[in-house]
Design a protein around this ligand. Structure first.
Ligand code: ZN
Length: 136
């Protein structure tokens, strides 16, 4: 597993949060993207070498809607860069982690992603991501 790729923050209203985080970082977000398969609207900020992803639910079945209903707004997941997501999934399964996506799926920001169940990682939702271009 490589560096932290980004930290995901669940928000109720992404427009309001874009304005808030732009004030915090002194710079606006650099892109927004809908991930329909997840029922989320995302926006990305660069902070030095780091990235922050804001996530707003686009429907009530979205994992973000459920998260906010249960826990309120806040840090939702930590994403790590991996070079070979299939190999990492197999490795982590063999270590006893519960992998939510045995077949990686298309995530935001041109990535293949897979999540580990927070129950198997001390309550932290872990996202693995691999740049799609790495695969070609
Ligand atoms: Zn993410």
């Amino acid at each position: 597993m490589d560096k932290i790729e980004h930290i995901g923050i669940a928000v109720k209203n992404i427009e309001n949060s874009n304005a808030l985080f732009a004030k915090l970082f002194g710079e606006p977000h650099y892109k927004m993207e809908d991930v329909e398969s997840e029922g989320v609207k995302t926006s990305f900020f660069k902070v030095g070498n780091n990235k922050i992803e804001l996530l707003e639910a686009t429907n009530t079945d979205s994992p973000i809607a459920k998260f906010i209903a249960k826990k309120g707004e806040g840090i939702h997941h930590i994403a790590f860069d991996v070079k070979d997501i299939e190999a990492e999934i197999l490795r982590l399964k063999s270590e006893g982690f519960v992998v939510l996506n045995e077949v990686p799926k298309q995530g935001a920001d041109n990535k293949l992603v897979a999540f580990l169940h927070p129950k198997s990682a001390n309550g932290v939702l872990i996202e693995l991501c691999q740049e799609i271009d790495d695969k070609l």
